[in-house]
Ligand binder design. Structure first.
Ligand SMILES: Nc1ncnc2c1ncn2[C@@H]1O[C@H](COP(=O)(O)OP(=O)(O)OP(=O)(O)O)[C@@H](O)[C@H]1O
Length: 477
């Protein structure tokens, strides 16, 4: 089982969709990834690392056009492949759930329904062990108002969520961003372990330390959408030395690579020259402008044996037979199970969040008692019609104001649904139901005070309907 990408070119139209405003984000990037190996994708900011990972996982934005071939396990891939799992830079979780609960709910949603509870629990336990999350399995993830697990643990949890279904290929966008060197080392080591179990792991990374760099088997070096180097990570230093840019002995290899290809250094030099803060006119350590070094390196790579061999290997691997590999195909669980899981998760999330549920219940009770007292025994005469009208407006006003308090939590839950179209559809449907139920509720309170408990009960029911809709769509996590 191998993954091949051949002549991947990504172009984006300008914001008006005009053809002549096209910009090349990737230019003919080719390569391959083999199982049991981990590949680093390194390059300056804006060089196209995320675009490359999005092309491989079929998550490109609507305003870009991709051309080229992607072949996984002998099969040409269409827009989105279930064989590929993608871990984005941003982590999306429900902060009130613990690590174990998050993994268990996700496993219940995505593992085949024929798997028993014990089997699912075993997969969850194995994932916890593999990602080294044992110490924090019962700790809440935490959100903006409640501190939870550390950033490193969150990164490992997002990886854990993706490996639950045992994908062939794991793509990760900067899994070490925001981590200290020890946590970053831990994350990459966990990824190495996943790769050694026969998976393909490709991850973009910003300036890894030399210890982390040594963990990678392969390297794809990009600069402004062009391949500067593709091959074994340990051979990259030789390639740079052969091209005339050897890495000084005490310099971190990845720092050296970026120093040679990051065009921002030229801009900085220009600014310094203009402001007369420096007289340097070139990449100070290599004595040349970075654009020139980059051009030479790209030229060296294009005429190198590395590229010829890579092309030959791509042609060989493209015709390899498809292999049977065990994995859990996502979203094969039944509609009913998804409904139960989502509803349980939604209730747990709501009840654990004081602001989302309990605090608002207290406010609603206070409002209910106030309104009940103000409009107690208003009678059934002509004058009471006006009083009833006032009461309804009063109730609507409070309801709408207080419901805003739940928005941050509602949005947090929506984000977890991930696929871009789903949140919009759900937001519309959920809000619609909420409004209808709001309209029904005042009449309940209005009739008599003893009905107030019904009103409190009915409000959470709108979230139940939201969960029911949610399961009808493809849920990613
Ligand atoms: N959908 C898009 N429309 C227009 N431009 C885009 C789009 N996606 C990416 N770009 C541009 O393509 C270039 C590469 O972006 P990309 O996010 O792939 O870079 P990156 O190497 O991942 O950067 P970083 O390391 O900072 O995350 C950037 O200049 C970006 O502005």
């Amino acid at each position: 089982m191998v993954m091949i990408w051949e002549d991947i070119t990504v172009e984006c139209r300008d914001s008006y969709g005009r053809e002549h405003g096209k910009k090349k984000l990737l230019n003919g990037v080719s390569g391959f990834a083999e199982p049991s190996r981990i590949m680093a994708l390194i390059g300056p900011s804006g060089c196209g690392k995320t675009t490359f990972l999005h092309s491989l996982s079929g998550k490109l934005a609507a305003n870009v056009v991709v051309s080229g071939n992607i072949v996984i396990n002998g099969k040409k891939q269409s827009l989105y492949s279930r064989e590929v799992s993608y871990v984005a830079q941003e982590e999306l979780f429900l902060g009130t759930l613990t690590v174990k609960e998050t993994l268990t709910y996700s496993a219940n949603m995505r593992l085949p329904s024929k798997m028993t509870k014990e089997e699912i629990n075993k997969v969850v336990e194995e994932t916890i062990m593999e990602m080294g999350l044992g110490d924090c399995e019962n700790t809440r993830i935490g959100n903006w108002h409640c501190r939870g697990i550390s950033t490193g643990e969150k990164k490992r949890l997002s990886i854990g969520l993706e490996i639950l279904t045992q994908p062939y290929v794991l793509l990760l966008d900067e899994p070490t961003s925001g981590l200290d060197s020890a946590s970053a080392f831990y994350v990459i080591q966990a990824l190495c372990h996943i790769a050694r179990n026969g998976k393909i792991v490709i991850c973009s990374i910003h300036q890894p330390s030399s210890e982390i760099f040594n963990l990678f088997d392969d390297l794809l070096l990009l600069s402004s959408g062009e391949t500067v180097y593709f091959g074994e990570a340990k051979m990259a230093l030789k390639f740079f030395a052969d091209a005339g840019f050897p890495c000084p002995t005490r310099r971190n290899p990845s720092d050296h690579f970026l120093l040679c290809i990051n065009l921002d250094f030229d801009l900085i030099t220009e600014v310094l020259e203009r402001t007369q803060l420096s007289s340097a006119t070139s990449n100070s350590t290599l004595g040349m402008r970075t654009s020139e070094i980059r051009r030479k390196l790209i030229g060296s790579y294009k005429s190198s044996k590395l590229m010829i061999n890579a092309r030959k290997k791509i042609q060989q691997l493209k015709h390899n037979e498809e292999q049977e590999i065990k994995r859990y195909i996502g979203s094969t669980t039944t509609w009913r199970k998804q409904l139960c899981t989502l509803t349980k998760r939604s209730f747990l999330n709501m009840t654990r969040d004081i602001g989302y549920y309990w605090l608002r219940i207290v406010f609603y009770m206070l409002v209910g008692i106030t309104i009940g007292t103000l409009f107690f025994h208003i009678g059934t005469g002509n004058n009471s019609i006006l009083a009833r009208g006032k009461c309804v407006s009063f109730i609507y006003g409070f309801m709408i104001c207080l419901s805003c308090g739940g928005l941050p939590f509602f949005i947090e839950e929506l984000k977890v649904f991930y696929a871009s179209v789903v949140p919009n559809v759900l937001m519309g449907l959920g809000t619609g139901t909420g409004v209808i139920i709001f309209m029904m509720m005042p009449s309940q309170i209005f009739r008599s005070l003893p009905d107030i408990p019904k009103f409190f009960w009915r409000y959470p029911m709108s979230y139940l309907s939201f969960a029911a809709w949610a399961v009808q769509v493809q849920v990613q996590r």
